[in-house]
Design a protein around this ligand. Structure first.
Ligand code: SF4
Length: 407
């Protein structure tokens, strides 16, 4: 396990951030904040998808009033996102938010920043200094010649100085960039400079799949080095996708306990005995409906499947018209291929209810022998199907210059 970077700890409502707390997932609503019911519906959806904290824009008085109404009804802490108007930060504090995000690029006046810090301090809530490469202070941009990592960090440090001058230390920081290497470099530099918790994100990552890939590349690089205390995927998509992706990433990195399904599947190859993509789609839909927190493998053939997926809690491998159901790599049941998904879901449910030992004890004792027979049979058949002799002759032709391409 990676040693996590030691930081101060802050609290965003009931969620601890930094100081050894689990890495938390954030997302942001896309509704108009003044639409209280619409925004709350989205907050509930985000919470259900794995968000621990939700950020909501506070861009006018109606939004601040909306916040006051929705905060008592929210299932997760709400952070107000503030740009340009420091008075809206004061209004959001009055509305009862659990945290503020200030953009140093557009709230620059020292007296305004200090007034917000005083209000946040009195309310006992933290402030995120949220630097964004696309909205850096012009002076800092000019001094560095562009939004380089050093410029992002300087912008954050300038704002932090103002906060510290009035004794405010409930701070977390982000230095987001849309360019992944620059984002990673900025956070590494910041991590070496301050002891505050860090909020990770690749800004304006765009729609999936590119946005997901950029976000994972940047966020995971840092998390695997122990850097980062809370994360957000900034996708041009339904924010529920952001929350799901954030939560899944933390689970895949072993930073949060698995809540839902982890479906692993072979990529399929010439040995596949079944339409792996189709079976995976059916299994995924059925298992997600069942909401089981286990790792399930779907493998295209019994030749390599059970062995390669032996770390999975449960799995299925196809072979000669049959589905070979295995638990921790051991074949426990053989069913007709057409029933393999149903059998998988049923056994997965029993596994969760009864445990691995009980289900291994209840296995069909003939299943392992039948699977081994099928495996050997397939190896024999596929040896012919792969036309090894013809391929060897073709390789020799190429090597000796007598092949098709030399004529
Ligand atoms: S499990 Fe079988 S079908 Fe799937 S990739 Fe491996 S060898 Fe190919």
């Amino acid at each position: 396990m990676t040693t996590r970077r030691a930081t101060r700890q802050i609290h965003v409502g009931s969620v601890a951030v930094g100081g050894g707390a689990p890495v938390s997932v954030q997302s942001m609503t896309t509704t108009k904040t003044a639409d209280v019911d619409g925004t709350l519906a989205q907050i509930y959806a985000l919470s259900g998808a794995g968000a621990d904290i939700v950020r909501v824009t506070c861009n006018d008085v109606a939004a601040a009033q909306g916040l006051a109404e929705m905060i008592p009804r929210s299932p997760v802490p709400i952070v107000a996102d503030i740009h340009f108007q420091y008075r809206l930060a004061l209004a959001a504090v009055e509305a009862g938010v659990a945290g503020l995000r200030l953009n140093p690029g557009n709230i620059r006046k020292e007296s305004h920043i200090k007034a917000v810090a005083a209000a946040a301090s009195a309310a006992g809530i933290p402030i995120r200094v949220g630097v964004n490469a696309g909205s850096l202070d012009k002076d800092i941009l000019a001094a560095h010649g562009g939004p380089v990592p050093e410029a992002l960090v300087e912008s954050a440090l300038k704002e932090i100085r103002y906060l510290e001058e009035v004794g405010f230390h409930d701070i977390k920081i982000s230095v987001k960039h849309s360019d992944v290497p620059s984002m990673v470099a900025a956070y590494r530099l910041l991590a070496d400079t301050v002891e505050y918790p860090l909020h990770l994100g690749v800004t304006e990552a765009g729609p999936p799949p590119g946005g997901l890939i950029k976000s994972v590349a940047g966020i995971a690089s840092l998390l695997l080095d122990g850097i980062g205390d809370t994360i957000r995927f900034s996708l041009t998509a339904d924010p529920v996708e952001e929350a799901k992706a954030g939560r899944s990433l933390l689970e895949y990195l072993g930073l949060r306990e698995r809540q839902g399904l982890d479906l692993i599947a072979c990529p399929s190859c010439g040995r596949a005995e079944v339409d792996v993509i189709g079976v995976v789609e059916r299994a995924k839909a059925a298992l997600e409906d069942a909401g089981l927190p286990i790792q399930v493998a779907v493998m295209g053939c019994v030749v390599n499947g059970p062995g390669e997926a032996r770390e999975a809690d449960i799995g299925i491998a196809a072979g000669r018209g049959k589905g070979h159901l295995f638990i921790k790599g051991e074949v426990v049941r053989v069913v007709p291929e057409g029933l393999m998904v149903e059998a998988l879901v049923e056994e997965a449910q029993r596994l969760v209810d009864e445990g691995v030992e009980a289900r291994l004890a209840a296995r069909d004792i003939t299943a392992a022998d039948l699977a081994e027979e099928t495996r050997l049979e397939l190896i024999g058949v596929q040896g012919d199907a792969n036309a090894t002799a013809e391929r060897r002759a073709a390789v020799a032709d190429v090597a000796e210059g007598t092949g098709e391409r030399d004529r």
